[in-house]
Design a protein around this ligand. Structure first.
Ligand SMILES: Nc1ncnc2c1ncn2[C@@H]1O[C@H](COP(=O)(O)OP(=O)(O)OP(=O)(O)O)[C@@H](O)[C@H]1O
Ligand SMILES: [Mg+2]
Length: 223
């Protein structure tokens, strides 16, 4: 009945503990109706509205207030742990980096996406920090460029950040990645920190082609 995004077996496991197994399917169908969503919408992301409806539907069949509260709590925990896996949102946002305030804009946008995806506060902070480092490098060393934030919907879900510019390119890349670079303008550790904080890191740079850095952070590695 419920497709992959919503963990039907886990929902059923919880419901079975509180209501008779023979009415579990009825309760699920009633919750879908009550939520006012189509099944397609439920599986593709409106899980919070669905869990509210589910709590009301199963509440009618659970006798004691204590058990009703317990069941609701279990469902909330399950769905909040799934939050984000079903998020349907615009798939990407691009921020042109031209002035200092664009760095903040990129950072805030990235943090918001991560929050909606269900990243922990620490995960959100990591991604926001990475976006700031990359956007600041563009602003400081290339003058202008862009940061694109892409929602990775599945397999595995997460966020991809593409930072690119047509600037002078990065000299000494290997020295920088080896942590031996002495910067005249900063600590000289920004790019290395970005690499360490992300799950995936790719860089292309050269004097005639500018710089393009693509990094990814997956939801499953950091909640
Ligand atoms: N987009 C870019 N275009 C051209 N050069 C760059 C770019 N990004 C980084 N660089 C060069 O690479 C060096 C290392 O960058 P990195 O971000 O690691 O350290 P930093 O900016 O010097 O200091 P911080 O640790 O404060 O970020 C910079 O000093 C700069 O010379
Ligand atoms: Mg830097």
């Amino acid at each position: 009945m419920l497709a992959s995004m919503v963990p039907k077996n886990k929902v059923v496991q919880i419901l079975n503990r509180y209501i008779s197994p023979v009415i579990v399917d009825t309760v699920l169908s009633s919750a879908v109706r009550r939520s006012g969503l189509t099944l397609d919408e439920v599986v593709s992301g409106n899980s919070l509205r669905f869990v509210d409806a589910l709590k009301k539907s199963c509440g009618m069949f659970i006798k004691t207030a204590g058990e009703r509260a317990l069941c609701c709590k279990e469902l909330e925990v399950l769905f909040s742990s799934m939050q984000g896996l079903g998020v349907r949102r615009k798939e990407s946002v691009a921020i042109e980096v031209e002035k200092e305030s664009d760095i903040v804009l990129a950072r805030v946008s990235g943090r918001k996406i991560c929050q909606e995806l269900g990243f922990s506060s620490y995960g959100q902070l990591c991604v926001a920090t990475v976006i700031s480092e990359l956007a600041r490098n563009i602003f400081n060393y290339a003058g202008v460029g862009r940061v694109e934030l892409v929602v990775l919907q599945s397999a595995p879900a997460g966020i991809q950040i593409i930072a690119e510019d047509q600037g002078p390119g990065i000299d000494n890349l290997q020295i920088i990645l080896d942590g031996k670079y002495k910067s005249k303008t900063g600590l000289g550790k920004g790019i290395l920190a970005v690499k360490k904080m992300m799950d995936d890191f790719d860089i292309e740079t050269g004097p005639d082609k500018g710089t393009r850095i693509v990094v990814k952070k997956y939801l499953e590695t950091l909640r």
